[in-house]
Design a protein around this ligand. Structure first.
Ligand code: SAM
Length: 461
């Protein structure tokens, strides 16, 4: 259990809602809060997950649930199927912030600037109108790969994952309706979960984080439309990373703070000058968090225009090839099929229309759903397709028991009785885990090597 240094708690004295006694007590307590958020396009009833645990709704998120204890997520096949995202409950308040500030009936263009590992992006994807576009960006390459894997598990087709520095987004002047900046911070809000972080805490680092947060925001703001919404958040309690950033955004960066309604029973504390919202672990069932919403002032101007596809090495898949891929995709969903190098990429039309422009200015790590590669023999289906929400419902499937599912997810050899042949979806509890190719005398496991389970252990089922 972390022992909080006085040098740290002294900096919090006088902050709205800070109560040193209960704050120290909650950090000294062994109690831990575990929560997850469902992928509503894959699972709507939480009772199918962890049948032996109690699930209690998170009050500010439609898809969020607290679990009565922490299971081993690594050994849960549903986790690998993208049925849910393990997310700390306070940060799920982003849904409520979105509902109160953005017009979610409209197909918005949204940017999640600091997106890895993908908690806020997967939340945004569930809440935003399907007709919109979400760009999930991460500057650090290795973390962008983790983000892309988590977006693959989530299975949505309207997300583009980019790996860019925030300043690259200034090339998309006035392009986005919504920008979320869940900024890198000194991390004091997570001290309860990560005692080692306590030792790394210093006031100098808080100041460095604050300066970096200003740089990131200053770089990103040109990409937000006048009239558009900025949502800024941190997992730090520091005034320098929270209210002082709010002050700077309002006084120097042309942003107008948007107040939110919160239910008093939630125990969320308005920040200094009633701007932004503070979450303390001794007051809410969740970790430390700060969130503030803004509208960009100024008159609307023309946003960057789409460029031709051909210039960027992306082209429409010829109709005869598109027909060969069509059987793998859900009927009745409007898709555009593109080719890039040897890959077939499936995107909703509104994302396909924006792709050339995004590709011209940004480094794209992943766009929509990769269906696979077309060969003379047919489609070599990709893992992204298996986990997507746009895959056809009538493809060959094999339901696996928990033990077998884990063998599959470890990329070990699996034996299947009464299996058919050819490309088959491996499933657990009705949810796709990935592909296997069934041959007369063996089963080839196509689970991606880089996503396989490496640890030893057993499921909680
Ligand atoms: N939004 C994420 C989520 O909900 O899963 C968590 C984001 S984490 C608090 C901050 C992210 O910002 C990290 O992934 C980190 O790599 C990234 N980051 C670090 N330095 C950055 C910089 N200078 N500009 C932009 N992002 C940065």
């Amino acid at each position: 259990m972390p022992v909080l240094p006085e040098a740290f708690t002294d900096t919090l004295k006088g902050l709205p809602g800070f109560d040193i006694q209960s704050f120290l007590q909650v950090h000294a307590s062994p109690e831990r809060v575990t929560s997850l958020r469902l992928q509503p396009e894959k699972v709507t009833d939480p009772s199918v997950l962890f049948p032996s645990l109690t699930k209690t709704p998170v009050p500010w998120n439609r898809y969020g649930y607290y679990l009565s204890s922490r299971p081993s997520f690594t050994f849960d096949p549903y986790f690998h199927a993208g049925a849910y995202y393990v997310q700390e409950a306070s940060s799920m308040f982003l849904e409520e912030a979105l509902r109160q500030t953005a017009d979610l009936s409209k197909p918005l263009k949204a940017l999640d600037l600091c997106a890895a590992p993908g908690g806020k992006s997967t939340l945004l994807q569930s809440v935003l109108n399907r007709g919109g576009l979400l760009v999930a960006n991460e500057v650090i390459k290795t973390r962008a790969a983790i983000l892309a894997d988590n977006i693959t598990r989530w299975g949505a087709d309207n997300v583009v994952v980019t790996n860019n520095d925030p300043r690259d987004f200034s090339r998309l002047d006035g392009y986005f309706d919504l920008v979320t900046v869940d900024a890198p911070c000194s991390g004091s809000g997570l001290f309860r979960r990560d005692p080692e972080a306590v030792e790394e805490w210093s006031y100098d680092n808080v100041m460095l984080c604050s300066q970096r947060q200003q740089r990131i925001l200053a770089d990103a703001l040109p990409a937000l439309k006048p009239g558009g919404v900025l949502i800024y958040s941190t997992c730090s309690y520091a005034r320098e990373e929270d209210e002082q950033i709010v002050e700077w955004l309002c006084s120097e960066m042309g942003m107008e703070h948007i107040p939110l309604q919160t239910d008093p029973a939630w125990n969320i504390i308005p920040g200094e000058k009633q701007r932004g919202y503070r979450f303390y672990p001794d007051k809410v069932s969740g970790e430390g968090f700060f969130i503030a919403c803004f509208r960009k002032q100024g008159a609307a101007k023309a946003s960057p225009r789409a460029v031709s596809r051909k210039k960027n090495g992306i082209s429409l898949l010829p109709q005869k090839d598109a027909d060969r891929v069509g059987d793998w995709l859900k009927e009745g969903v409007d898709h555009v099929l593109l080719t890039h190098k040897d890959d077939v990429i499936v995107l909703p039309p509104q994302v396909a229309a924006e792709l050339p422009l995004l590709q011209q200015h940004l480094y794209l790590r992943k766009a929509g759903v990769k269906a696979g590669q077309l060969t003379p023999k047919g489609l070599l289906p990709d893992h992204q397709l298996a986990l997507s929400t746009i895959i056809a419902d009538d493809l060959p499937v094999m339901e696996l028991a928990a033990e077998q599912a884990l063998r599959y997810l470890r990329k070990e050899d699996i034996r299947l009785d009464n299996a058919g042949n050819g490309w088959t979806l491996m499933r657990f509890g009705g949810m796709n885990l990935g592909w296997a190719k069934i041959l007369p005398n063996r089963v080839n496991n196509y689970y991606p090597k880089e996503m396989r389970i490496l640890k030893a252990g057993t499921p909680d089922y």
